[in-house]
Design a protein around this ligand. Structure first.
Ligand SMILES: Nc1ncnc2c1ncn2[C@@H]1O[C@H](COP(=O)(O)OP(=O)(O)O)[C@@H](O)[C@H]1O
Ligand SMILES: [Mg+2]
Length: 479
């Protein structure tokens, strides 16, 4: 039996009260950009409200604060491993032999390393560290180091929930909904990088998909940059456009698009194989050109690789954190949020982990080296896949993780073109982080706000765009 949290307020509405608050809140969402483009009825001229839960989800204050407080340390951990070429090389060596996508990223990384990167050159990290509650303590699910999304919309969801609480007569409880400055923090990070680049005419380049469904989230970033610094232009391009002649690198390694110098490159795309679709590899050419350039990359390919699942598993190995931090207190704090992670390399240790999961598949999640949701293996299938992979070198590109079992919480899930559904949900908390540094030193390190995503408890994964997830915000309680 899973544990259960109580809703923050009563959610037993009669049908007319429910209809009133839901209709009004949907309009609030539409009018404040808590929205996405529809995949089913796509039109570049319209948006739907994004799925959300009606009231904020109860969340233990102590654990929320723990995750917030930890973020600068998480940033520093990623910074340290991203700047450790030998570590990344050793850790990803096996993955690279069986996973062509990671191998291709790694090849670009090696190429640029061997060409020599100046120690003064900065990289930017705009991270989101995801957690779930395991009974009553937060445990890290993963650290996103590229295209960490929802900082834009989630700041609006915090406001949407403030509005709903007032509508429901609970305006006295607003102090339990924490402030959220995720958008300001991430855009502030990009502008800091822009200032470090120090070229007043230069633009910020967003690398985007051919069709962007999560358009409001991206545009909020664009508009916030203009708001914080009216002199800075944002330009959007796909990797395909850049690879087909849309960008050049000049003799001084300046990245130029349409005659404009690029100061900062912000990736909202480029983390999945299908985002490099062309047979001639033009998207890979573009990625290499960007990496070679002196523009400040958010992220550089080293930060991208530092966010791989294999790296996450190695970080959790006994004694590893001690090698990157000489401060025992820091190590203890980081380790405290890790859950069981196991290598599946083709050796005795990997065989032991595979056997353990074949015996009790429900206790584990099997993760291939992929990002972006929908790739993991759960339940009985964990055993089936591991049996198939026996003695297959490909097994080493997967990692095994203890399943985290968050408490359930009843809430109304509101989705476009669907009646409100009263369901048991569970949540995933994301904490954003911003770091800017070069290989010698960290120039900026900060926590950058939060997001909450909530899914129906029977769904393995809760992608908001994919279907079973919804946007949410935390309602903090002392448990
Ligand atoms: N250890 C775990 N226990 C329970 N659910 C998990 C676990 N790891 C991942 N998940 C679920 O799967 C989703 C995707 O996994 P994640 O590691 O975040 O990969 P991705 O890079 O695809 O986002 C998570 O958002 C979460 O809902
Ligand atoms: Mg994830």
């Amino acid at each position: 039996m899973s544990a259960r949290l109580e809703p923050c307020v009563s959610i037993d509405f009669d049908s007319s009260a429910l209809d009133e608050v839901v209709t009004k809140t949907k309009d609030w969402a539409l009018m404040h950009g808590v929205c996405m483009r529809s995949r089913q009825n796509f039109s570049p001229d319209s948006i739907n409200f994004a799925p959300f839960v009606l009231v904020p989800s109860t969340f233990p204050k102590k654990e929320f604060e723990k995750a917030i407080e930890l973020q600068t340390l998480v940033n520093e951990m990623i910074y340290r491993i991203a700047n450790n070429y030998e570590f990344l090389k050793t850790t990803l060596a096996i993955t690279n032999t069986v996973d062509p996508f990671t191998a291709q990223l790694f090849k670009i990384y090696t190429t640029v390393q061997e060409e020599g990167v100046s120690q003064e050159e900065c990289c930017g990290g705009l991270f989101r560290c995801d957690y779930m509650l395991d009974r009553d303590a937060v445990r890290q699910v993963e650290i996103n180091t590229i295209a960490s999304s929802f900082a834009g919309i989630c700041t609006r969801v915090t406001r949407l929930h403030r509005f709903v609480m007032q509508e429901l007569g609970h305006g006295d409880k607003l102090q339990q909904l924490p402030e959220n400055n995720a958008l300001e923090a991430l855009c502030g990070g990009m502008l800091k990088a822009w200032e470090i680049y120090n070229q007043p005419q230069a633009v910020i380049l967003f690398i985007v998909e051919d069709i962007t469904y999560n358009i409001c989230d991206q545009r909020f970033h664009e508009f916030e940059i203009r708001k914080q610094n009216p002199n800075v232009r944002v330009v959007r391009r796909s990797l395909t456009q850049l690879g087909r002649g849309g960008a050049v690198l000049d003799a001084e390694r300046k990245l130029i698009i349409d005659g404009q110098e690029v100061a900062v490159v912000y990736f909202r795309c480029g983390y999945a194989p299908d985002q490099y679709p062309s047979a001639d590899g033009c998207e890979w050419d573009a990625r290499l050109m960007i990496e070679r350039s002196k523009a400040i990359k958010c992220p550089s390919i080293s930060y991208h690789l530092a966010g791989t699942k294999k790296v996450q598993q190695v970080l959790a190995e006994p004694g590893f954190l001690e090698r990157i931090f000489d401060d025992a207190e820091k190590v203890a704090k980081l380790r405290d949020v890790f859950t069981g992670l196991y290598s599946l390399d083709l050796n005795e240790e990997g065989d032991r982990a595979a056997e353990m999961a074949i015996e009790n598949p429900e206790k584990y999640v099997l993760k291939p080296q992929r990002e972006g949701g929908g790739n993991n293996v759960y339940g009985k299938e964990v055993a089936e896949v591991l049996k198939q992979l026996k003695d297959n070198p490909e097994r080493a590109s997967y990692i095994l993780m203890d399943i985290i079992q968050p408490p359930l919480l009843r809430n109304w899930m509101i989705r476009p073109s669907t009646q409100p559904m009263l369901v048991d949900t569970l949540s995933e908390l994301g904490i954003f982080g911003v770091i800017i540094g070069n290989s010698k030193e960290i120039l900026h390190n900060s926590m950058g706000g939060h997001m909450l995503r909530t899914k129906i408890h029977t769904a393995n994964e809760g992608g908001v765009a994919a279907g079973l997830g919804a946007l949410d915000s935390p309602f903090l309680v002392d448990l």
